[in-house]
Design a protein around this ligand. Structure first.
Ligand code: ARG
Length: 587
């Protein structure tokens, strides 16, 4: 926001250092200083210079020398243009701004940039985020929900931070579970069409298959025969598989539409199976994989290949002894395809934490194959979701909490809350609001917990209007909106010359930080960073709203606060948007 002024100051500093015959750094980094009556920016550049000197044998105490250099530079440059004061404090050179000037700049920048406030400069980097990855012929449950929400938010953040972002899905459309499904369908439901919620219907047949196989284990024989027919690509079976897979895909699409998710590319396990088998042959030929067929599988002894004594990557099986494929068979060619066909520079996998070792193995094997881009593969892991009543989740036993059930309950609960809070709202409005609140509550509950910690989902907490939850944040947005609506219009400009209240200072400080928060969340793969940020911003705004009159404010303060309110509304909406959460106008 003060890039121009800081760049000029940096130039002056480098000039001063050169003139004094001191080493000059490539660039001067500035970071905001905490508010002490004034805002400012400080640089620790002189510590590096002093340390450099010390290394060259000049000796001396680094902090003291840093302060000395900083002082000399300050003497030379004076107070740089655009700042009100410059000083050296504990070796740092700090530049300060008049609070009114700072406030005005922050607010003007936000209102001029609007939705683009916080957007990073385009980076010359293409990133793929693979997420969601449900299996066809099976349920879409709460664990899948955390994945989509986390992956979607991560993709939004990377994109906003300036990366060319590709959203990828990877559908599990083959495997034993599909064969079991097809077996059950052909035998007990021939010709049937999905009824109602497609995903639920698909899951029901799958659960039935599992149950029937458990009750009559002799049926395994038929399943095995079907698997063989599948391996031989029996045309009729392939056709049935394609038709039924489509039902699952339609069901998933309904879920994505509801959640506001979209994908730029959909990979299928079935399309990488053959390339995977070929790749395994190549690995055997190159002596990377050991072929123990028919008595054993094809495997890669990673630790041995790396000469590691300590068990680290262990052994990865890449093909079953009967020659059928595994996850690993398919993940290897898929990883390569992402880089080669999609020309990505970085490849992020949003997959649950239980697969951490597995992904380390895959990335390591790629490296062993000489695939250099392996180092640009990243696992963004996440923990499971616990539901009230501690329902464990297994699609085999049919004890999953289905997405559809969860969404239904969310809508019902949010509907009751909206009814209670705002009974006079027209019915169609109520529905729109309830939907935004319900989806927001679910999404925020998943995102406001570190991805490596278990989410213990709780309705009361997710729908809390007072605590750290989506409705509280959405409500702050609604409040800002209603002030602005009552004001009629937002003043074109305002000076911030009134004495700033503590709550105004806090709000301004948070607003100014949004661009950095975006960069940090992107760099650290932490949507949580944004989830916390928007909550803190909502709190700061609520605090401001409670302490500072806006519409009733005297003189120039009124216009300034209206513009500040508009800036807060904009930034709350932008932050929520990154999380995939709507910011309603009314509630
Ligand atoms: N469909 C798989 C499952 O549900 C997850 C796939 C994860 N992605 C990957 N590239 N392995 O377990």
């Amino acid at each position: 926001m003060f890039d121009r002024e800081l760049a000029k100051a940096s130039q002056a500093i480098i000039r001063a250092l050169t003139e004094q015959g001191l080493p000059t750094p490539q660039r001067i980094d500035w970071s905001p200083t905490p508010f002490h009556g004034q805002w400012g920016f400080g640089t620790a550049a002189f510590f590096q210079i002093a340390a450099q000197e010390a290394r060259r044998g000049k000796g001396g105490c680094v902090p003291e020398r840093a302060a000395e250099i900083a002082q000399a530079v300050l003497q030379a440059i004076g107070t740089p243009e655009g700042f009100s004061r410059a000083s050296v404090e504990r070796g740092y050179l700090n530049l300060y701004l008049e609070p009114g000037l700072y406030a005005k700049r922050v607010v003007n920048t936000i209102l001029a940039q609007g939705e683009d406030f916080g957007r990073g400069h385009p980076k010359d980097e293409r990133v793929m985020v693979e997420y969601s990855q449900p299996n066809t012929h099976k349920a879409f449950h709460v664990g899948h929900l955390r994945n989509v929400i986390l992956g979607g938010a991560m993709a939004n953040i990377l994109e906003f931070a300036g990366c060319d972002t590709v959203r990828a899905n990877y559908i599990g459309d083959i495997g034993l579970h599909v064969i079991k499904w097809l077996w059950c369908y052909r035998k007990y439901h021939p010709g049937e069409q999905p009824q109602g919620d497609k995903t639920r219907w698909m899951q029901e047949i799958y659960t039935e298959a599992e149950r029937r196989l458990e009750e009559n284990p002799e049926n395994e024989q038929e399943v095995r025969a079907l698997f063989a027919a599948w391996e031989a690509r029996d045309p009729e079976l392939v056709q049935l598989w394609e038709r039924t897979r489509q039902w699952s895909m339609e069901g998933f699409q309904e879920i994505y539409d509801l959640l506001g998710e979209h994908f730029d590319v959909i990979f299928y396990e079935s399309e990488v199976e053959e390339p995977g088998k070929r790749l395994v042959e190549d690995l055997i030929a190159r002596g990377i994989a050991i072929d123990e067929r028919p008595d054993g599988p094809v495997l890669i002894k990673i630790d041995e290949l790396l000469g590691l004594e300590k068990e680290t990557y262990r052994t990865l099986v890449v093909l079953r002894s009967d020659g059928t494929s595994l996850y690993s068979t398919k993940d290897l060619p898929l990883a390569i395809r992402k880089f080669e066909e999609w020309k990505v520079d970085r490849s992020i996998y949003v997959i649950d934490v239980r697969q951490s070792l597995y992904l380390k193995q895959i990335f390591k094997v790629l490296e062993l194959m000489g695939f250099e881009q392996a180092r640009n593969c990243v696992h963004l892991s996440y923990e499971i979701v616990n539901l009230p009543g501690n329902v464990t989740m297994s699609s085999r036993e049919g004890t999953v909490v289905l997405f559809d059930d969860l969404i239904r309950e969310a809508f019902a609960r949010a509907g009751r809350i909206v009814e209670l809070k705002n009974p006079s709202l027209p019915d169609d409005q109520k529905q729109i609001v309830a939907r935004a609140v319900a989806l927001g509550a679910l999404k925020y509950a998943m995102l406001a917990v570190d991805n490596n910690k278990v989410v213990t989902f709780d309705w009361d907490r997710a729908l809390d209007f007072e605590g750290q939850a989506a409705p509280y944040i959405q409500y702050a947005h609604v409040r800002a909106n209603s002030i602005l609506r009552r004001a009629g219009s937002i003043p074109q400009d305002a000076t911030f010359e009134h004495p700033l209240e503590a709550s105004e200072i806090q709000l301004l400080e948070l607003l100014a930080r949004f661009p950095q928060e975006v960069q940090r969340a992107a760099a650290e793969y932490k949507p949580l960073q944004i989830a916390n940020y928007v909550y803190n911003l909502a709190r700061a705004f609520t605090d401001f709203y409670q302490h500072c009159p806006v519409l009733q404010a005297e003189g120039a303060a009124g216009a300034a606060r209206l513009r500040l309110t508009a800036a807060a509304r904009q930034t709350l909406a932008s932050g929520l948007r990154l999380l995939g959460i709507e910011a309603p106008e009314v509630m």
